[in-house]
Design a binder for this molecule. Structure first.
Ligand code: TEU
Ligand code: CA
Length: 557
């Protein structure tokens, strides 16, 4: 397989609002990130994916952009940005920017113009339609509740917004829109950025006619089949690749809700006509249900293994995988598939890290994951900030679909704010995140869980992650080896075997707090194995071993 730096990299995601506040206003900022670059250097990551830092009214925390070429004043200035970029580069760290171009903010000048009149030169930058018999143009619901259409009195038409009503969808079928987006991308590339993470890029091409979707529990139709992997998405991404991406040496990942392996083979084909890789959602959606993700179910391990294995196997030699357990849209994986009680928190965090980092693909670490940060212990609705959780709470309880008690439990368990509480730097007030009042409460467990404590202790989650990252640099089998799932039916163990140029790498992860006997596969009998990493400090692996709670071990043969 052809080697590439982005296949060998480890990416670290920063959610700027919650990373580090340098000026005491309670909001993380660019100078805060610059201060912490040495910390990331110590961890050993190669690339930072920076969630949006552009000018935005913050209806969806920066995923609603009103000026793509300006920095949000709360985050600093363009000079601060340039300093951050320069220092990152001096330390050998690359910067991947978030590209949010399925939609803009309704405060973006294009939309301000567009809504002025039907004749306006920018009208066709967005998706406007007449109502049908006094109602919305079709039955689609938006991701953040309600209809996906908003009526605009001025021109007596509706505009489409798959997310909040302050996030109108751009009309990618308009060549002028594509040209504007590509020009803006070139502007950032010329600044020297190293990569792009593309927000819901799978949704940019809508099926003509915008047919009604199947109605779900919310009472609205599902836009998925008519927006995800739409008819022209590959054509547009190939155009983007020709016009922009191919001219620079970038790492690119498309966030592709609704993506299947078949589609991913096109988006992320090794032929390089579109993107390097995609973020798929299948493993994260395993605990979803009738009302979207709102429930308190657990991801079944057999299901997780089946999906991870499908992606490992099917993309092999054809396309490239991304690997993630966490991001700013997901609750903490440690509280979801690990065990966040004091007894097992660290050991299970290391197990989850091992399980992900020994797979094929480019791993993404979300801020705080390397410390074993957990979900937040919510006690009231006032502690939530996220538009998705708040809207869903009101919509589902008011419709009587879910009781308020149940819904509170669901958003506490699954809500995105679990990932967005401030990064825990030390045990001083507000976890050293801010000298002021943080925009969202700090998790009270910061006194035990924080970067300072982790860095003072050799057996911490931090140093374990550091080792996982280093192993990927040292052993090509981790990056390029093939993959075979063992024990597919075990609801307790995730075991897989990688192979590369005559070597074998066995990874064993116990996802339970039980002690479990494990027998080595016969093909490895008699071979001398070298333990690459073990969360219990095990130094060799016998033919038959008693795995400890949440034990993980990777052995090279
Ligand atoms: O997320 C897209 C997306 O699919 C989410 O709506 C996801 O389903 C949800 O967050 C899971 O709870 C991207 C961004 O990552 C997210 O932060 C934005 O809110 C969204 O796009 C709109 O830009
Ligand atoms: Ca600040």
């Amino acid at each position: 397989m052809e080697k590439a730096w982005w296949k060998e990299s480890v990416v670290y995601q920063i959610y700027p609002r919650s990373f580090c506040d340098s000026n005491g206003d309670g909001i993380g900022d660019l100078n805060g990130i610059t201060e912490k670059l040495e910390y990331l250097k110590e961890l050993g990551i190669d690339v930072i994916w920076l969630s949006p830092v552009y000018q935005s009214p913050n209806d969806d925390n920066g995923y609603d952009i009103s000026d793509y070429r300006k920095i949000m004043p709360e985050f600093g200035t363009m000079a601060d940005y340039d300093r951050m970029l320069q220092k990152a580069h001096e330390l050998g760290i690359k910067i991947m920017m978030d590209l949010v171009v399925n939609h803009t903010s309704d405060e973006h000048p294009w939309f301000v113009e567009s809504r002025k009149s039907k004749e306006n030169a920018y009208r066709d930058y967005y998706i406007w339609r007449d109502g049908k018999e006094g109602k919305e143009p079709n039955n689609w619901g938006g991701c953040f509740g309600g209809s996906a259409w908003k009526y605009d009195e001025g021109t007596d038409q509706y505009y489409l917004h798959l997310f909040s009503e302050k996030q109108p969808d751009l009309n990618w079928d308009n060549p002028r829109v594509r040209k504007e987006v590509f020009d803006m991308m070139i502007w950032w590339c010329e600044k020297g950025i190293d990569g792009l993470r593309m927000d819901v890029i799978s949704l940019i091409s809508k099926t003509p006619g915008l047919p009604d979707g199947t109605v779900g529990k919310s009472g609205y139709g599902d836009f998925g089949p008519y927006c995800a992997n739409g008819p022209k998405v590959h054509e547009y991404l190939q155009e983007m690749n020709r016009e922009v991406l191919s001219r620079y040496d970038l790492i690119t990942v498309g966030e592709c809700s609704g993506v299947t392996v078949e589609e991913a083979k096109k988006y992320a084909s090794l032929s390089g006509k579109e993107l390097n890789m995609v973020f798929q959602f299948e493993h994260m959606d395993l605990d979803g249900g009738e009302s979207f993700k709102w429930n308190h179910k657990k991801i079944p391990l057999t299901g997780l293994k089946q999906i991870m294995s499908k992606w490992q196997r099917e993309l092999a030699g054809k396309a490239w995988n991304s690997l993630y357990w966490c991001n700013h849209d997901q609750p903490r994986m440690l509280s979801r598939m690990g065990n966040d009680s004091p007894k097992y928190r660290e050991i299970s965090a290391k197990m989850l890290g091992t399980c992900l980092h020994m797979l094929q693909g480019t791993p993404y670490i979300y801020q705080g994951e390397e410390l074993g940060m957990t979900n937040y212990p919510f006690t009231s609705l006032e502690e939530f900030r996220d538009i998705e959780s708040i809207n869903a709470y009101h919509e589902l309880t008011e419709k009587g679909v879910v009781t308020p008690e149940e819904m509170f439990d669901y958003i506490s368990y699954k809500g995105r704010d679990n990932a967005r509480t401030p990064m825990q730097w030390d045990d001083s007030p507000q976890a050293g995140f801010t000298a002021g009042t943080p925009w969202i409460p700090v998790n009270p467990n910061y006194r035990e869980i924080n970067a300072k404590e982790q860095m003072e202790r050799a057996d911490s989650v931090f140093y374990y992650y550091k080792k996982l990252i280093r192993l990927r640099k040292e052993y090509k089998i981790i990056v390029y080896g093939d993959y075979e799932l063992l024990l597919p039916d075990s609801e307790e163990l995730y075991v897989y075997l990688r192979g590369y140029q005559g070597e074998k790498l066995l990874t064993i992860c116990n996802f339970t707090e039980k002690e479990i006997t494990y027998r080595l596969p016969e093909e490895l009998f008699g071979l001398a194995g070298e333990v690459l990493v073990s969360n219990y400090g095990r130094e060799l692996l016998d033919k038959k071993i008693l795995l400890k709670p949440y034990e993980a071990i990777a052995v090279l043969y």
